[in-house]
Design a protein around this ligand. Structure first.
Ligand SMILES: *Cc1c(COP(=O)(O)O)cnc(C)c1O
Length: 477
């Protein structure tokens, strides 16, 4: 399809700017452009069609099965958006006097309390704009804690090799050395190996539980004791909270600080770069370091408290992605305590149903019962037939099905990671299973065809390495 710039200019313009009602400002010659702006000149009709066509070529949770492992692409109930479009939430300004926005503050306060309840934390900030941003905020809390205690020799954050790439990146951004902890063949952290890594240099450990291969770290209480005994703190990467929410709490597992990905677990839309929300909760011992302002409730009304001597400061303008937070609270209140637990259980049942329905064809990286997602490995097929996980994933596009996560986690070779989520029905899972089985036959029968897949999409196999190494970010006229 054509870019807007490539439409022929037939003199029809789309101008809906109102008449100027202020005096025209004089623009100094030095900054005045010498040639006219190169804007596409098309009609409103063409513009609408252009974007409708683009829309028809994208794929979202409302188009079909979207089992992107580690991303929790669940259906986002429309009521969340309805709540977030209420005038009382959209037509306010962050600098308005707090007496005029009590409802907005109550929303944030209620969300904070709900998330503390769900995670077992004492305090929380809604400021971080995504998971990675939450990690950075959380590790800064740990750093501030050690610094206040004069404990400045702690220079290391331990991160299992199975961790999401943002974990070691966060540790490095916060000025720590990321130390890799090995993972056993069963997919969980190697406790014996971990013991050798923990010591007086340990500032903390970052852990995802269930971890990034979809397994619950059953040794978590021992891990927690090990780190705490050494004077370190425990960071919970909450991206995988979905299968345990309402059942077990990070706070009770011994974690001191957590981030949540509201755009994953709490059903606010994501993809395409945001906006997201990555609240950070912590136990009392870290509360004083949380970003300002804190929301406080006094005598039945709400206010902001900026006066926190040990706060790490602000991590984002104003109060976070406010409307994303409205959507998350809407979801939490819609489900209630019982519904949250049921959602968690559903995600585990769906993942295991699909895993068991495929494990005669596809090799599972770990044979155990999984939580909300499972990892398949196509290492054997690669050796035998030269087909890759990428070929399987790209072939799925020809069935108008979104592929699972590819090549993550890094500790599994030729990985495809499937997270069906609780919002899929048995029927849609059965359809997906049938397609996965069909694709297996297709790919194995004709590896050469699969190597060029997809064949039926507007754009076929792209040069992903080239796009990453030599990106062309501007249209060349
Ligand atoms: C998604 C994810 C992150 C990062 O979260 P963003 O919201 O994308 O910044 C971190 N850790 C894990 C395990 C994740 O799945």
């Amino acid at each position: 399809m054509k870019l807007l710039f490539e439409y022929p200019d037939h003199g029809k313009t789309l101008s809906i700017l109102p008449e100027l009602d202020t005096p025209m400002a004089e623009i100094p010659d030095v900054i005045r452009r010498k040639s006219p702006l190169r804007l596409p000149n098309i009609s409103e009709n063409e513009l609408s069609r252009h974007f409708a066509e683009l829309e028809s070529q994208t794929f979202g949770v409302c188009d079909g099965f979207y089992p992107l492992g580690s991303c929790t692409m669940k259906y986002n109930p429309k009521i969340n958006d309805e709540m977030a479009s209420l005038k009382g939430f959209t037509d306010i300004h962050p600098l308005q006097p707090v007496s005029t926005v009590q409802g907005a503050l109550e929303m944030m306060y209620t969300l904070e309390r709900s998330l503390c309840e769900i995670t077992g934390m004492d305090d929380i900030t809604l400021q971080p704009a995504a998971g990675a941003h939450g990690e950075f905020t959380g590790i800064l809390l740990i750093k501030a804690y050690h610094e206040k205690n004069g404990d400045t020799d702690r220079t290391e954050i331990i991160v299992p090799v199975s961790a999401h790439g943002t974990n070691p990146a966060t540790a490095a951004m916060a000025g720590y050395k990321a130390v890799n902890a090995p993972v056993r063949d069963d997919g969980c952290v190697d406790l014996e190996a971990l013991k050798k890594l923990v010591g007086p240099k340990t500032a903390g450990l970052m852990l995802t539980n269930p971890n990034t291969v979809g397994l619950f770290e059953k040794d978590i209480l021992e891990i927690s004791k090990l780190i705490h005994d050494a004077g370190g703190l425990l960071y919970y990467d909450g991206a995988n909270l979905n299968p345990v929410m309402g059942i077990v709490r990070p706070g009770d597992m011994g974690f001191d600080v957590v981030h949540l990905n509201l755009h994953k677990t709490f059903s606010t839309p994501h993809g395409g770069g945001g906006p997201g929300s990555g609240p950070v909760g912590c136990k009392k011992l870290l509360s004083e370091f949380l970003p300002v302002p804190r929301i406080v409730k006094k005598d039945g009304s709400y206010d902001f408290d900026f006066d926190k001597e040990y706060s790490i400061g602000k991590v984002r303008s104003f109060y976070g992605n406010f409307l994303v937070n409205v959507k998350a609270l809407s979801y939490i209140l819609t489900l209630g305590a019982k519904g949250i637990r049921e959602a968690a259980e559903g995600s585990v049942i769906n993942a295991n149903y699909m895993r068991k329905s495929l494990d005669d064809l596809y090799d599972m990286a770990y044979p155990d019962i999984c939580m909300h997602e499972f990892v398949m490995t196509l290492e054997r097929q690669k050796k035998e037939k030269g087909v890759s996980a990428m070929d399987f994933a790209k072939t799925m596009l020809d069935y108008r099905m979104h592929p699972p996560t590819m090549y993550f986690p890094l500790c599994v070779k030729e990985a495809l990671m499937v997270e069906p989520t609780e919002t899929e029905s048995k029927q849609s899972l059965d359809e997906a299973i049938a397609v996965y089985r069909k694709i297996y036959e297709d790919v194995m029968a004709d590896p050469e065809y699969a190597a060029k897949a997809p064949h039926k999409t507007p754009i076929t196999r792209v040069d992903e390495v080239g796009a990453a190494r030599n990106p062309r970010l501007r249209f060349e006229f």
